[in-house]
Design a protein. Structure first.
Length: 256
């Protein structure tokens, strides 16, 4: 079932995901192994977006008012806020990053976020790292393997070329940029996903950053948000964008 941008929620996105993708997203969200269902993911993201402290205050205020008026109040914590839509979460993060996204589609907002991560990474590289970013050649087999494309020209183009040279290639833009942004951000966060589906991109980024690795790339941490909840949401959103774009490209290539 297709949902409009303003109705799309996390459960709608993740409901048909493979176990590997659910596990990776659960790892990003620091969910215990016993709580890794789609419902658990949606609930975790809900409370990363909303504040439980605010929910507690809201419930307490309702309780006090009920005592004053002699009425009844719903003080259940979970019911104080609705699940945010995917668009609300994306828009909220972009607003925190001072990125204008008014009157834009969800796909455009996804592109804005990925582009911002990559741009910030490039800005914080030293000249040598930046030169490697545009010239280093690395095999990106998982790009074409995941898309199951039958286009041999695109398949060959993704092997042994600079990753930046195919970010804007037809059919690869959002998927490639989201995997690149995800690799940058997960590397800085020190997160290793249980199912490493982007090994080529991770290798590419480790090569351009170079020794002594992420420790010398601390300038990129300026991108860190004031709230740890939003930091976690940023990484979760990048993973969701990567999976969504991969699935979208698979559908588009299957009808060619």
């Amino acid at each position: 079932m297709e949902y409009s941008d303003d109705m799309l929620e996390i459960r709608h996105i993740c409901i048909n995901w493979q176990v590997e993708d659910i596990t990776n997203l659960s790892e990003i969200l620091s969910l215990p192994t016993s709580e890794r269902s789609v419902a658990d993911i949606e609930n975790k993201i809900k409370w990363l977006y909303h504040s439980k402290t605010k929910a507690q205050g809201k419930a307490a205020a309702k309780g006090v008012w009920a005592k004053i008026t002699g009425g009844k109040a719903n003080i259940n914590l979970d019911s104080q806020f609705d699940n945010p839509t995917y668009e609300q979460i994306l828009g909220g993060l972009l607003k925190r990053l001072s990125i204008e996204s008014l009157n834009t589609s969800v796909k455009e907002q996804e592109e804005f976020l990925c582009d911002a991560v990559i741009a910030e990474a490039l800005v914080n590289m030293n000249p040598e790292q930046r030169r490697r970013a545009f010239t280093e050649k690395v095999g990106l087999d998982e790009i074409t393997d995941n898309l199951d494309t039958s286009d041999s020209t695109l398949s060959q183009a993704a092997k042994g070329v600079s990753a930046f040279s195919i970010v804007n290639a037809a059919g690869f833009s959002l998927y490639t940029s989201s995997t690149m942004a995800l690799s940058f951000t997960s590397g800085l966060a020190g997160i290793t996903l249980p199912f490493a589906v982007y090994s080529g991109m991770t290798k590419f980024i480790s090569v351009i950053i170079g020794p002594p690795g992420w420790a010398a790339f601390g300038g990129f941490m300026i991108w860190k948000l004031t709230s740890p909840d939003w930091d976690k949401l940023k990484l979760a959103l990048l993973y969701i964008i990567s999976v969504r774009s991969r699935k979208s490209e698979k559908r588009s290539t299957s009808v060619l």
